[in-house]
Ligand binder design. Sequence first.
Ligand code: ACM
Ligand code: ZN
Length: 689
Amino acid sequence: MRNIRLFLVVFALVVCAQLSAQSITPVPAIVRGGVCNGEVCVPATPFDYKQSFKLFFVGVDDVDTQRLEAAVVAAGLDVKRVKKRAKSGYLHFEVKPEMLPNDEGYAIVTTDEGIIVTANTAAGAFYALQTMRQMVESGDWQTGIIADYPRFEYRGVLVDISRHFRTLDFLKRQIDMMARVKLNRLHLHLTDAAGWRLQVDSYPRLTSYAAWRTPHDWKGWSNSGKKFVDEGSEGASGGYLTKAEARELVEYAADRYITIIPEIEMPGHSDEVLAAYPELKCTHNPENQGELCIGKEATFEMMQAILDEVIEIFPSEYIHIGGDEASKENWKLCEDCQRRMREEGLESEEELQSYMIRRIEQYLNSKGRQIIGWDEILEGGLAPNATVMSWRGEEGGRIAAAAGHNVIMSPHGYCYIDAPQDAPYSQPESIGGYLPLEKVYSYEPIPETLDEEVGKYISGVQANLWAEFIVEDSHYEHMLWPRAIAIAEVGWSMPERRDYADFRRRAVAIVDRMIEEGYTPFDLKNEIGNRPESLTDVEHLALGKPVTYLYPSRYYAPQYAAAGDATLTDGKRGTWTYSDKRWQGFLGRGGVDVVIDLEEVMTVRSIAADFMQICGPGVFMPCLVEIAVSEDGENYTKIADIEWEVILDELPSFKTFGWEGETRARYIRYKAHRSKYTGFLFVDEIIVK
Ligand code: ACM
Ligand code: ZN
């Protein structure tokens, strides 16, 4: 990054005092109050932004003039177009290449005479207007200089309209809000197992059949056989974007300097394609198949024809081709896939997938487009020009960057905002663990371990909002905002300018404004915060004492081992999420069956452990807890039998299974039985007092 201070010289202005940029999100690079011209300095004073400005553009073409004029109005500024530079009361835009060190950057110089905005591109001028809009909205605009530019060129949000279709109006509302916080990529997840959402003339059953289902909600549909129905048939629910609508959306986004990146999933997550065109299944014709048959030439004919239509609608240089989570099992059994592997000298099914991605990349490159794929496209060999979207953590992104590929970071632990953002019992149904605003905000897209040269391949960051459990638009907005604003600041602002307490204060104000405007964001000012029990370590008689895991509970799930055998007596209580390495997870028949050795006989007055239930990801309460004590480790006395009726309820819950009384014991056996529901038991600590 060249030094942005350089361009301040352009104005022959020297900065006076640092302003606090109270109201601007993402926080700008440089904000200075007052201006100096030579020796003469004028300190910052409140600026009269309510006056009527004489609006003048230099270097802006007709299309961008219209876009910027609309943004001026949206910013709440009163203007009149003039034909030449005014001497006072002006709002001047000067857009010229190479004025500033960054094409999306801008400078705003506010004096008592007026405002001069400088930018290399109209996008930069547009971002200046978003900053001005926020100053108007907060009533906090002072004379001085703001010089600002994004850290990353890609600042994105994924909106999933496959699992539940959303209307054009809904998408436009989200685009409006994205633009206000300088997000610039809308990744539209148009296709997935649950529904195809874009008109394709060459394969009409994708939308006359694979876009419609009953019942409406994904969960009900998923639990009732995942069947599609014909458009217009009784109870058919769903929908798709017509080409005209998709073009309208592309234009609406472009007017706000946002690029829509369409995602057409392949070869996995394609159940709906095969429901509409079952002749493209593998040769053994499995009942459920989610991956396209790569052996059949017809698959490529279809995907290329679809992509031809897609690129006609979406001007984005990048087309997302998915590439994630394709099961390889059917390809192993398919004569066509196996023949393809022999003919092409492919040694594994991973290489077969890679063959498809490379071929599709070649096709799109020949049309002047580039591909983005989820990090699975690394397996079996990366297509030569592909950009990798790293979602299973950062490892894929690291490998791709080291190999000289562009990377967009979107690791699920920070960027999957389909997880609950507050105490799970206070939130609508969601997937995954607790992901509060603060954690999203804490994300650093360039891993420390990357050296500077490799770090340059990280071109940005994206929040993903999958919609399996999100039926209502209001729920979708609740999940999206304000966490997408945290991603906007992560993507735009320099790390040294970021401060969570300050961001949170600004985010609360934005959320309040959004609510006033009719949006339904998560109401940040009512945030409960993390699980109180997790905030301090707990002292108790079993702290640090050895725990023996009886068969089969000694096989706790490796990915949820937490602190291993020390977990249940390490004094660390779990947070709201089972993936915090404090909760220990037990999968399979056994449940939990452990013995704690207190190392001497002592008086015990209570024994208790907490469990959680979050049905979405399959986490359940036990149906029975048995507690027994012993002085010698051989003869046990049962002291508690706690039964519990596990109900598939909607709301996540936390519950203590414990005993109180008085007994003497050295050994404590704590046994929790799984219910009839397949899933995990999670426990964080067995507290003995
Ligand atoms: C993904 O979440 N399967 C990209
Ligand atoms: Zn096949």
